[in-house]
Design a protein around this ligand. Structure first.
Ligand SMILES: Nc1ncnc2c1ncn2[C@@H]1O[C@H](COP(=O)(O)OP(=O)(O)OP(=O)(O)O)[C@@H](O)[C@H]1O
Ligand SMILES: [Mg+2]
Length: 408
């Protein structure tokens, strides 16, 4: 099998070639001229031509794609790797061209290892076998539009489950643009992701390092909290590889990994977490700006291009007022199911909870009871799907009560 890999980054092409070597004969090109020269010499002998779109950054896709097809034999199969820099309109155009000109596409935001496996699967015509993580499950929480309540729900779920099981749980703040778990829980700045960022980046992170970077609430020996970064402007600088190594070690160390991610899938952290997650929750409010505009725009223009369907997400309807939008209309608009209805807690108690660093779910106030009940119901369903046995609610109340006494 004769395969040409054309990428603008020689290091990436070399890594991929070395992963693929053995099963096929690999040629590489790192610039447009170089590729053109090689195609003139041996374009008609290639079985596959794999081209990273980044190589043609300033050229309209219909020009370079038709040139490449002309420079190869009709039997050569063209595979285009979509660049993460490409805007959604061009992604749409390339998809359309792929149908018309009969080439295939590999979506952006894959690690080099994933990319190599994807290329091998296409060339050898065998599906990618995803290694099944048999340890901790990963659950992601994001808001459909900012401030819909993802952090509130993620924290509530973490505390509720932690109080009802001895399983080891970590709550991770990878909402890099609004890392607010620290504020919600009134935690200090000396721990968190920044402590282990270099180790995630180099792939040297281990369980002990991760545990040391976590905060812990003394009332819950099994609940660990990894707070986020303070440099919010670094959100886009995070790499797929560093998120992958954090998730891998978190899975090995914990039974349940709950991750809070940002609404905007315009960065590796959000997309990578969603890809890795065993279940993905979108917290949505019954407001048109949330269940309609924000979701549609981000889903159609970004999530969809990363290979997600609406059904890959499940909805948590937050601040469900019962009289605003019906469940059915929201489900129809978002193309997927609501699995939990969480009521609004009135009297500004949500804001008060954050200002006091004591999450809503841990306040022992009558007004919060329906909120707690709905979270508990959601957690029972989640835990049973994950084969985690939860105790009854008496123990939960006891633990919370003790904690409140402690704080008081
Ligand atoms: N069910 C609820 N009842 C009352 N207040 C709530 C409820 N859910 C969330 N809130 C409040 O709404 C505000 C936003 O919630 P939260 O910070 O969880 O949103 P978010 O989606 O995580 O925001 P971001 O987009 O910044 O990540 C907070 O003040 C929180 O206390
Ligand atoms: Mg948040």
């Amino acid at each position: 099998m004769n395969v040409m890999i054309a990428m603008s980054r020689p290091q990436s092409a070399d890594t991929i070639s070395s992963i693929l070597a053995g099963s096929m004969e690999i040629h590489t090109a790192f610039a447009q001229n170089d590729l053109q020269k090689q195609l003139t010499a041996k374009g008609d002998k290639l079985d596959y031509l794999v081209v990273d779109e980044e190589l043609y950054q300033n050229t309209y896709p219909w020009f370079w794609i038709s040139n490449l097809l002309q420079a190869t034999s009709p039997n050569t199969k063209l595979i285009v790797i979509i660049s993460e820099q490409t805007d959604s309109l061009y992604k749409e155009i390339i998809k359309r061209l792929a149908l018309d000109l009969k080439f295939s596409i590999i979506p952006s935001l894959l690690t080099l290892d994933e990319l190599a496996k994807e290329i091998r699967a296409r060339v050898l015509n065998k599906p990618v076998v995803k290694e099944k993580a048999d340890k901790g499950k990963v659950i992601s929480f994001m808001s459909s539009a900012p401030k819909d309540g993802a952090t509130t729900i993620a924290i509530s779920a973490a505390y509720t489950i932690a109080a009802k099981t001895n399983k080891k749980i970590i709550l991770v703040d990878l909402n890099l643009k609004s890392p607010e778990i620290r504020d919600h829980l009134g935690l200090k700045m000396d721990k968190g992701y920044s402590v282990i960022q270099a180790d995630c980046d180099s792939g040297s992170l281990d369980s002990n390092m991760l545990l040391r970077a976590c905060d812990q609430d003394k009332s819950f020996g099994n609940l660990y909290i990894l707070t986020g970064i303070q440099r919010r402007e670094w959100a886009e600088k995070f790499t797929l590889e560093e998120i992958e190594s954090l998730i891998k070690v978190a899975r090995e160390t914990f039974d349940l990994v709950l991750i809070d991610i940002h609404t905007f899938p315009d960065q590796a952290a959000t997309v990578k977490v969603a890809k890795e997650a065993d279940e993905r929750y979108v917290v949505v409010q019954p407001i048109v700006t949330s269940y309609q505009s924000s979701w549609h725009d981000w889903f159609t223009n970004v999530w969809h291009h990363h290979g997600f369907s609406e059904k890959d997400f499940q909805l948590i309807l937050n601040r469900d007022s019962k009289e605003a939008m019906s469940t059915f209309s929201i489900e129809r608009s978002m193309g997927t199911k609501i699995v939990a209805n969480v009521p609004n807690v009135g009297n500004g108690m949500g804001i008060k909870a954050i200002n006091e660093g004591l999450p809503l779910v841990m306040t022992d106030h009558e007004e919060v009871t329906p909120f707690k009940q709905s979270i508990e119901e959601f957690c029972l369903g989640l835990a049973s799907r994950l084969d985690i046995e939860l105790d009854g609610s008496t123990q939960l109340r006891g633990k919370w009560y003790k904690r409140i006494l402690k704080r008081g």
